[in-house]
Structures are given as structure tokens and as C-alpha cells.
Design a protein around this ligand. Structure first.
Ligand SMILES: NC(=O)c1ccc[n+]([C@@H]2O[C@H](COP(=O)([O-])OP(=O)(O)OC[C@H]3O[C@@H](n4cnc5c(N)ncnc54)[C@H](O)[C@@H]3O)[C@@H](O)[C@H]2O)c1
Length: 355
């Protein structure tokens, strides 16, 4: 078993990574949590696949789990679902000393974490991420959130879990589309920080992806740990994790979060921004070709879809990381080295209009 400890301002938490660790999840939790009452938050799909197992693992350890199941999908990261979960917990006699376990993808992690961060001014919280994206990205770093109609993740908090338990075997039931989706983030880590990881992915036989999943998840978790430890509250270098995301958000929102998954949009964003970087002399020539090739290999889209340029600039300017002085764009100098470039509105208009 691999254990990676993440240090935060509130202490540190372990991330356990191992195939089949789900079976031991309740006993791991039992070591740090002594009450019987425990909430397992999950979604309909994960519940149908793993519900009876998880329930029995927790019962065998003497817990009395309350399983709350929400509908799968992004729409569950809403104020109304949040309210329903809070009410259910209150009705069932939960208090601030009780624990919520988010068992699902990034939606369940973000939603459960946000409930835990706010209900009773803070409950205990653990994540068991079940998608590739949530294992390599969203379960690490303490960001939790729900959406508003006006935008994604607008209501949120920094609320690190007490433990993250990653069972890479769970990925075997994931739809291919969500494996591909998560691979965009894996590729991103290679682009911004880890040239060796990028080269490994270039050489890997795609048919052996699963055999290498533990290695890939461990590597990505370690990279994210290092970035978030250095900048827990996202005021500086953590921004490099947004490589491909500013343009990706434009694509996701332009198509109402329906046509492209997050990873698909980020992939197009990485391809776009690297080509722009080469055009304006920030990025070494050839990086764009390598990124496009690797996106193709893992089944990700790279062609920028038809989007009105004015709409695009407008969306970029209201990106929540922007202010009057401009927006921070993440480019790469070359594979494995990210750079942050602050661009003013004039510059953005010039570059985007000509691209
Ligand atoms: N907090 C953060 O730092 C952070 C970072 C990145 C993304 N996110 C958030 O993560 C969310 C996206 O997460 P996601 O891509 O995991 O989506 P998701 O949680 O919606 O899961 C995708 C689909 O996979 C299904 N699923 C989950 N585990 C499965 C399994 N083991 N087998 C079969 N099916 C399974 C789910 O039911 C769902 O239908 C977004 O809301 C995004 O904002 C948060």
C-alpha cells in the first residue's frame, strides 16, 4: 500500500492508495473514528454497483451507516441537494462529531465536503474517490463546493478531509468516457510539472493503461500534494493546475456543460493554449505537436469547436480568477514546465482574435 501524507494548515491527512482497499476502508476509518453513526454519501450509479459491499464492510466493523444516495451527475451539486442532505442528517440525529464519507466521483466529493464544512459549523469528513478524475485530482487539496446557476463551484470552502482512500480497482467499472476524461488531468500533470510522466504516457501501450493505473494515480497524487502544500489557499503557484482550464471553462460553459466533459474541454484548452504559446514565442516549438499526439492517443479531442470570439473573450474576462488587471493564463515553456502569464484585456483580445 502506498501512503502519501498531505500537510495543511490544520494538520496532515493520509492518502491510501491500493487495489481492493475498499474492503479495508471501514477498518481504516475505525482507527480514527469511534462513533457508530456514520453517513456514507454516494450517487445512484455507484450505489448500484458497490452499495451492498460498502454497507456490509461498515456494518462488519460495528458502524450503523446511514447511506444517502443522490442522483448521479453535476446537477446534484446544487443548493437544493445540499439542503436535503443537511436536513436528512439533522433528522437522523447527526452532530458535529459525526463523520461524512463521500463515496463517489468529484461530484460526491465536492458535495459531501461542502456539507461537512458547513453543517453544524463543520463535521468530520473522509473521501473514497471512485473516478479517475476524483482519484488524481479532486480528492486532493481540500477544495469543496456546490454550484449556482450563475456558475460552477461558486459556493465553496477549503476543507481538507481527514483521510482519502483510493482503490484503483473501482475504475474498472467506470465508463470509458470517464477514463478518457480523467486522463486529461493525468496528461496535464505531465505537461506542467513532470516531463518523465509525459514521456511515460507517450511510450505506454494504450492497452496496458489499467496495468499501470496504480503508478499513474500515485504519481499524480504526489504532484498535486506538492503543489497544494506550497499554496494551500490558491493564491499563487497552485494556479498552474489550471493549465488548459481557462479555455476549457469557456468551451464547457458555451455548450452549457452538456456537450463536453470537463476533461474533454481541458484537453482542447491545453492544445489551444500551447499552440498560442508557440505563436507568441512563450512555448518551445514542437510542444504543441507532442501534446496533440498524446491527446489523440488517449482518445481526447483537440480541435477547438466553433465559438463566437466575442463571447469567448467575455467569458474569459469574468473567469473568477481574473480582475481589472487581467487574467492569469497558464502556458508551458516546454513539456514539464509551466509558466504563469498575466494578460490584460487588450492583449487577450489581440491574441484570441487572431487565433
Ligand atoms: N474539488 C476539486 O479540487 C475539484 C477538482 C476537479 C474537479 N472537481 C469537480 O469534480 C466533478 C467531476 O467529477 P467526476 O468527473 O468524478 O464526475 P462524477 O462524480 O459526476 O462521476 C462521473 C460518473 O461516473 C459515475 N461513477 C463514479 N464512480 C464510478 C465507478 N467506480 N464505476 C462506474 N461509474 C462510476 C458517476 O455515477 C457519474 O455518473 C465536477 O463537479 C468538478 O467541479 C473538483
Amino acid at each position: 500500500m502506498k501512503i502519501i501524507n498531505v500537510n495543511t494548515s490544520k494538520g496532515s491527512y493520509p492518502i491510501y492508495i491500493k487495489k481492493d482497499i475498499l474492503k479495508s476502508s471501514a477498518s481504516l476509518i475505525k482507527k480514527i473514528y469511534k462513533h457508530e453513526k456514520i453517513c456514507i454519501l454516494t450517487d445512484g450509479k455507484v450505489m448500484s454497483l458497490y452499495g451492498k459491499y460498502i454497507e456490509s464492510y461498515f456494518e462488519e466493523e460495528g458502524f450503523k451507516p446511514l447511506i444517502i444516495t443522490v442522483k448521479e451527475g453535476e446537477k446534484s451539486k446544487s443548493i437544493s441537494t445540499y439542503e436535503n442532505i443537511c436536513k436528512t442528517l439533522v433528522k437522523n440525529g447527526f452532530t458535529r462529531s459525526n463523520l461524512i464519507v463521500s463515496f463517489g466521483g468529484g461530484v460526491i466529493g465536492d458535495l459531501g465536503g461542502f456539507v461537512a464544512s458547513t453543517l453544524f459549523r463543520g463535521m468530520r469528513f473522509i473521501q473514497i474517490p471512485t473516478t479517475l478524475l476524483s482519484q488524481v485530482d479532486s480528492s486532493v487539496g481540500g477544495k469543496v463546493a456546490i454550484n449556482l446557476e450563475e456558475g460552477k463551484n461558486l459556493i465553496g470552502a477549503f476543507y481538507p478531509p481527514e483521510m482519502v482512500i483510493i482503490d484503483t480497482n473501482l475504475l474498472k467499472t467506470l465508463d470509458e468516457r470517464f477514463i478518457i476524461d480523467g486522463m486529461a488531468e493525468v496528461i496535464k500533470y505531465g505537461c506542467i510539472i513532470d516531463k518523465k510522466l509525459f514521456e511515460f504516457l507517450e511510450q505506454l501501450d494504450r492497452d496496458f493503461l489499467f496495468d499501470n493505473m496504480d503508478f499513474l494515480v500515485e504519481r499524480c497524487v504526489s504532484i498535486k500534494k506538492n503543489v497544494v502544500e506550497e499554496d494551500e489557499f490558491d493564491t499563487g503557484n497552485r494556479m498552474i493546475l489550471n493549465f488548459g482550464h481557462t479555455i476549457g471553462h469557456v468551451i464547457e460553459s458555451y455548450y452549457n456543460y452538456e456537450k463536453y466533459t470537463h476533461g474533454e474541454a481541458v484537453a482542447i484548452g491545453m492544445s489551444y493554449i500551447t499552440a498560442l504559446g508557440e505563436d507568441i514565442g512563450l512555448t518551445k516549438t514542437g510542444a504543441s505537436h507532442r501534446i496533440n499526439k498524446i491527446l489523440d492517443k488517449y482518445g481526447l479531442e483537440k480541435v477547438f469547436p466553433p465559438i463566437d470570439k466575442e463571447d469567448m473573450i467575455k467569458t474569459i474576462m469574468i473567469d473568477k480568477k481574473g480582475n481589472e488587471s487581467g487574467v492569469s493564463f497558464i502556458f508551458i515553456e516546454d513539456i514539464g514546465k509551466a509558466i504563469i502569464k498575466r494578460m490584460g484585456k487588450e492583449e487577450i483580445i489581440k491574441y484570441i482574435s487572431n487565433k
